[in-house]
Design a protein around this ligand. Sequence first.
Ligand SMILES: Cc1ncc(COP(=O)(O)O)c(C=O)c1O
Length: 445
Amino acid sequence: MTTASQLMRIENDAYTEARPRSKRLQAEAERYLPGGSSRATQYFGPFPFFMDRAEGHYVYDVDGHRYLDFMLNATTFIAGHANPDVVRAVQEQSERGLSFGAPASAQIRLAKELCERVPSLDRVRFTNSGTEGTLNAIRLARAYTGRHKFAKFEGGYHGNHEYVSVSVSPPMDLLGPGDPPAVPEWPGQPPSVAEDVVVLPYNDLEGAERILRRRGDELACVIMEPVCSSFGYVPGTRAFLTGVRELTRELGIVLVFDEVQSFRISRGGAQEYLGVVPDITTFGKIVGGGLPVGAWGGRADLMALYDPATGPVVSHAGTFNANPMTMVAGEATLRQLTPEAYDRMNTLGGQLREKLRAVFGEIDVDAQVTGIGSLFAIHFAHEEIRDYRSMMRGDQEMKDLLFVGLLNEGVMLTSKCAGALCTLTSEADVDALVDAVRRVGQRIR
Ligand SMILES: Cc1ncc(COP(=O)(O)O)c(C=O)c1O
């Protein structure tokens, strides 16, 4: 029997042999950039392929390969790469100025669009990354409540800043049967992060309630994804989400939904789709149409803390905040996201998940497919994936194999075998992914 490491070598050898230019570029990049890149998730072994260009549903590497792209820059390209309307809007704006030291009207249009779509939004502010969105949302909750601690869920990712970088990917051997510990993500984080961040179990209302009732009067906010991206787009159950909503309201804790990824599942985001409305919502990715973006917004009384006319309470500065290039790209993208476009993507998403499940049954591989709307992920696990721990108990080596195997088949997912559909995805694209998974699955099982 071929072992997993032998299978990995076979897939990696095929990958390496077909990508000499990418291999050379990675070696050159490593001379100037640690690890050869500027983004934690961009590296994978043996080396990442280098992009040449992207168009529609496809990306092309420097070695001449074409990939059917379900990674879509981490779900961002919901209207496809180099979308003609977005490109036109950006071109026109670039001739009038890239960024300004005074406001421009494009930000009003995008803000209005978001406030009209999202149930929790009376006012919104723009920044340049989802990371800054969650950072500012937590700062706002702290200012509003006068408390400085906050709670997040085990395994939840909310960007790259200090305080949310707690128990994002804690080693399984540190997790005991008791309440989830607060585990800093990297060496040198201030010890205060573990003291100031309370960690809760996802999809476990009883466990979360016990901790919230004990620590609630110390907490400024609970930040959470209504659909947890890092577990493979696992939605919170209705009872769990409504339970957390009611508890936070009762305990005077601000509820922050991080919709950086889940905003793509309906016009009003996961909060509309799942029917639970937070106090503050954070955004990123699709809202900037492919250019750097972050945003957060909420009820008028909360957002009033930024209003300089009534006395600035919370600072929010940034040279490129709401720059018009990002604003027009976001506007041109959202304009294409009609109710029909969501229906179509989500229907195809449901079909994809079903077809993938059928394929794993057919080739007799113990796998699970999670996701919601236009989002999906594949796990090699028997038990239901509900939270970080059940996700981690799955076979991670099989995910590595499937990921590289699919690249060899011309299909791109995230390195965790998750992905998203876009407005261009057709039934034929869904079938192409399913067929590629079948071929790789047969090779690696
Ligand atoms: C749920 C979630 N929150 C926040 C972020 C951070 O966004 P950015 O990478 O734009 O800083 C991400 C990025 O992947 C995310 O998935």
